[in-house]
Ligand binder design. Structure first.
Ligand code: FES
Length: 90
């Protein structure tokens, strides 16, 4: 399965994830700290913004509006990469 690179803007550490692994899980594996609470896409504690890349969700409407999605906001606890990603905390 293809893997994608996950990077937090301004940090040297980099994670790898396939399209079945959440950004949060991948970041945690390599020691990148990221705020998280519900881990199911509802509380928005983990809200981030994609500077590069794209993600997908298993649920059709995670706790994001269509406008937020269009602006690059994502929920790393449930977002899975479909391209190399650079993210920043929102
Ligand atoms: S931790 Fe609650 S939406 Fe991600």
């Amino acid at each position: 399965m293809k893997t994608f690179r996950i990077r937090v803007d301004g940090q040297a550490a980099e994670a790898e994830a396939d399209s079945e692994t959440s950004l949060f899980a991948a970041m945690t594996r390599v020691g990148i700290a990221w705020p998280v609470s519900c881990r199911n896409g509802t509380c928005r504690t983990c809200l981030g913004r994609l500077l590069e890349g794209r993600v997908r969700y298993d649920i059709p409407w995670p706790g994001l509006s269509a406008d937020e999605k269009d602006e690059g906001y994502c929920l790393p606890c449930i977002a899975r990469p479909v391209a190399d990603v650079v993210i920043v905390k929102a």
